[in-house]
Write a protein that binds this ligand. Structure first.
Ligand SMILES: Nc1ncnc2c1ncn2[C@@H]1O[C@H](COP(=O)(O)OP(=O)(O)OP(=O)(O)O)[C@@H](O)[C@H]1O
Ligand SMILES: [Mg+2]
Length: 525
């Protein structure tokens, strides 16, 4: 299709104008081509006569392009819409603009933007339409990519939102169903948020608790250590194992085991009700003590019976022989030979009795033991671990100042453990009634004279009456209602069987100091 319509009339003036127009059109086409657009023209009624650049792009023939045929090389989805827009522009004699996909000669669809304007004659009629098609594939693709990216972003936001919501729901569920007591507090211990487990465990409602500190609920004995623990948390330390008692609405106390973490000025804590476990532990401990006491009594009873039996036999024989001997002597003619024989038998029986006694002593002596070089510090440490619970239960703090680099001693491990255990139990007994001062057990060790190792245990207990100092190591001496009075006597015989000494003296201010000296083990060759 020619951009410039043909004119029937010709004049020099017109020829000049036509030439100028043709030149202008050529310039214009060159310009448009340079910008990778294609130029089109149509008749006044919108019918296409030819579009060479269009044909070159689409592979359509002139016949195929003609009229509205060019629409056939558009994407099927764009055809009807484009036809409507084009017709509307023709009808309105107005600016035409639309976007569509042109099927290129190679079958590829390429987005184009078509724009056109009517060219008017002087009398106001339309001479023709002229327009361009611009390849906007890149722009479309970019905007499509942008749309897709935005869609993906929206989808991501949605899933994120859903995930956050789901997590929040899960957390809320955990908060509500947890059997453990969860609390958010400030660093002064004021409760900001508590979960329903609080009400289930302690009976108090949420409004009783939130806004208050635990002060009014805490067992008086736990106040001090709770404040100390809170101060630690405020300094950024975690609480890993802490136990305290809080008052139930009914007035009883529940034992709670806490873990807590400080974070950005708040404390997040979890407490588990361990009251039942505590009671069970207490019962177990009591049962164990009872069992130990019973078995010791049984053992002592059996031992005493067998010793009595063993000794009573020679004693009975001695008494009988002494009686017989005196009978022989009382005769008118004393039978000296018979008396001599009887005195010999009495001597034998007495020896048997003293053998029994000696063998009893050896039960606590060297005879049965398996000695080896051991570290007193390690043995002490092991026993401390065993009785740690007992110390805690009686609010006794243990200051272990023993030295690691002490030389080893020759000892039977189990017996030495027994000694420390007995001394610890006595110290606990002596301190558990003390209320006007701290309950402290201080353990020290050092190298004594003659290369011995010296261990001292100093308690802040009730002390030993001066008149009792001499007899506390005697078997069966006790000042306790349920005591056997065997602990110290066993301790002393064990220490002495190790070639050492065990002694006691009053503490400087109060309490008692027990001192053990043990010879060091010879150095290995
Ligand atoms: N650390 C101590 N402080 C004050 N008194 C003590 C201490 N250790 C022992 N005693 C006194 O010595 C006595 C004897 O102690 P020992 O350990 O031999 O027997 P017990 O503790 O009474 O009974 P058990 O045979 O059950 O140990 C005690 O009853 C007590 O009066
Ligand atoms: Mg004792």
């Amino acid at each position: 299709m020619a951009l410039v319509p043909e004119f029937n009339a010709s004049s020099p003036e017109r020829e000049r104008r036509d030439t100028a127009l043709a030149e202008s059109e050529a310039r214009y086409r060159a310009l448009v081509r340079a910008s990778s657009s294609l130029v089109w023209t149509s008749a006044a009624d919108g019918q296409i006569v030819d579009m060479p650049e269009w044909r070159a792009l689409t592979g359509q023939t002139v016949d195929e392009v003609r009229g509205w045929g060019w629409l056939n090389s558009l994407h099927p989805d764009d055809r009807a819409r484009t036809g409507v827009v084009w017709q509307a522009a023709i009808d309105a004699r107005s600016y035409y603009e639309t976007e569509y996909r042109i099927r290129r000669w190679d079958g590829q669809y390429v987005w184009h933007q078509a724009r056109g304007v009517a060219v008017f004659e002087d009398d106001g009629s339309i001479r023709e339409w002229v327009g361009i098609c611009v390849d906007i594939e890149d722009r479309k693709r970019a905007s499509q990519q942008q749309i897709e990216a935005e869609k993906a972003l929206r989808a991501l936001n949605d899933t994120l939102e859903q995930r956050v919501e789901a997590q929040a729901r899960e957390r809320a569920r955990i908060w509500h169903v947890s059997q453990d007591m969860l609390v958010v507090a400030d660093t002064e211990g004021r409760y900001l948020n508590v979960n329903p487990a609080w009400t289930a465990t302690l009976g108090w409602s949420e409004s009783d608790l939130v806004g208050n500190t635990s002060g009014w609920l805490l067992h008086p004995d736990d106040q001090e250590k709770t404040h100390a623990e809170l101060a630690q948390l405020a300094e950024g330390h975690r609480t890993l194992r802490f136990e305290s008692r809080l008052r139930h609405k009914s007035g009883s106390y529940r034992w709670l085991s806490w873990t807590a973490v400080p974070d950005r000025g708040l404390v997040y804590a979890v407490a588990r009700d361990i009251t039942e476990i505590r009671i069970a532990e207490e019962q177990l401990r009591a049962a164990r003590r009872e069992l130990a006491a019973v078995s010791r009594q049984t053992m002592m009873g059996e031992m005493t019976a067998s010793i009595a039996h063993e000794i009573s036999q020679p004693l009975t024989a001695i008494v009988a022989n002494a009686y017989a001997g005196s009978q022989w002597l009382n005769r008118a003619e004393p039978e000296i030979d018979a008396v001599r024989e009887i005195l010999k038998q009495i001597g034998n029986e007495a020896n048997r009795a003293s053998e029994v006694i000696a063998s009893t002593r050896s039960m606590f002596g060297k005879g049965r033991s398996e000695m080896s070089a051991v570290s007193v510090t390690t043995i002490l440490g092991n026993v401390l671990v065993l009785v740690n619970d007992e110390f805690e239960r009686h609010h006794i703090s243990v200051k272990n100042e023993t030295l690691c680099e002490l030389p080893q001693v020759m000892a039977e491990r189990v017996q030495l453990q027994q000694v420390f255990l007995n001394l610890f139990m006595n110290a606990i007994d002596a301190m558990s009634s003390v209320t006007d001062r701290a309950r402290v057990l201080t353990i020290k060790s050092r190298l004594g004279e003659n290369d011995g190792v010296l261990i001292t245990l100093e308690d802040s207990g009730i002390g030993i009456d001066a008149s009792h100092l001499d007899c506390i190591f005697d078997a069966f001496f006790t000042t306790k209602a349920d005591g056997m009075g065997m602990g110290l006597s066993i301790c002393r015989s064990i220490i002495e069987s190790h070639g050492g000494q065990l002694s006691a003296k009053p503490g400087d201010l109060h309490g008692t100091v027990f001192q053990i000296v043990l010879p060091t083990a010879p150095l290995p060759l």
